[in-house]
Design a protein around this ligand. Structure first.
Ligand SMILES: [Zn+2]
Length: 128
C-alpha cells in the first residue's frame, strides 16, 4: 500500500513540466528508483537540474564533489521520458569507473533494470 501511495505521488509530480532549474519532482523519483531498483546503492546527494547544455544530449551526468544529472532545456522532456532518462543516467553513476561511455557495465546495469521490470512498469504498466 505504501508503494502505491508513493507511486501515485510520483505520477502526480511527473505531470509538472521540467523547466528552469526546478527538478524537485525528479529528485523524488530518483529517491524512489534508488530504493526500488538500486538497493540504495546510488549516492544520496545526487543533484538533478536542468539547463542548456549546448549539445545534442537529452541529459548528461557529471561528477564534481557529487554527481549532477543535468537535463538539457533545449528539449521539452515529459510524459515519462524523463524517468527513463533518469534510469539511464543512474546507471552511468553506478558504472562511473568504466572507461567506455556505454560499455559492458553500463549495459549490464540497464539490462538488469529491464530484467527486474523497471522499464515495463514505466513504459507499459503506468498506462491505464
Ligand atoms: Zn548515456
Amino acid at each position: 500500500m505504501k508503494r502505491i501511495i508513493l507511486l501515485v505521488i510520483l505520477v502526480f509530480l511527473s505531470v509538472i513540466p521540467l523547466s528552469g532549474t526546478d527538478c524537485q519532482g525528479l529528485d523524488a523519483w530518483n529517491r524512489y528508483f534508488n530504493d526500488e531498483y538500486f538497493d540504495g546503492r546510488l549516492p544520496h546527494n545526487v543533484e538533478i537540474c536542468s539547463r542548456n547544455t549546448d549539445d545534442n544530449k537529452l541529459a548528461v551526468t557529471t561528477l564534481e564533489d557529487h554527481f549532477i544529472i543535468t537535463f538539457n532545456t533545449q528539449y521539452r522532456i515529459g510524459g515519462g521520458l524523463e524517468h527513463l532518462i533518469l534510469l539511464h543516467e543512474d546507471c552511468h553513476i553506478l558504472t562511473w569507473a568504466e572507461k567506455a561511455e556505454h560499455g559492458r557495465d553500463w549495459k549490464n546495469c540497464m539490462k538488469r533494470l529491464d530484467k527486474i521490470g523497471a522499464f515495463n512498469r514505466l513504459l507499459i504498466e503506468s498506462f491505464q
